[in-house]
Design a protein around this ligand. Structure first.
Ligand code: ZN
Length: 98
């Protein structure tokens, strides 16, 4: 992996990861240095005794050294708030778009 001088990079910068860690799929990389991650989960509905599929979106900081495209699976970790909507950072890419 290449080096970078992004101070909000968990590997090369001083950003500390603490709190939640989760995995998701990248659905947008339009905003600068940011990716939007979508995570789907199943929620049980007692009345119908079935699960419904739900999803949430979180925006995460994309360090300058990471090359991430839409459809990639990534692991994100909670860190201090980077901007109004960002408090997660991409730690690693775990899967390419297939
Ligand atoms: Zn870096």
């Amino acid at each position: 992996m290449q080096s970078c001088n992004d101070k909000n990079c968990p590997i090369h910068g001083g950003l500390k990861i603490r709190g939640a860690i989760m995995e998701g799929v990248v659905v947008s990389n339009k905003p600068k240095n940011t990716v939007i991650i979508e995570r789907s989960y199943l929620r049980f509905i007692p009345k119908y005794e079935r699960y419904e599929r739900r999803k949430t979106r979180v925006s995460a900081h994309k360090p300058a050294c990471m090359n991430i495209e839409i459809g990639d699976k990534v692991k994100i970790g909670e860190c201090r708030k980077i901007s109004k909507t960002k408090s997660f950072v991409v730690i690693e890419k775990i899967g390419e778009k297939n």
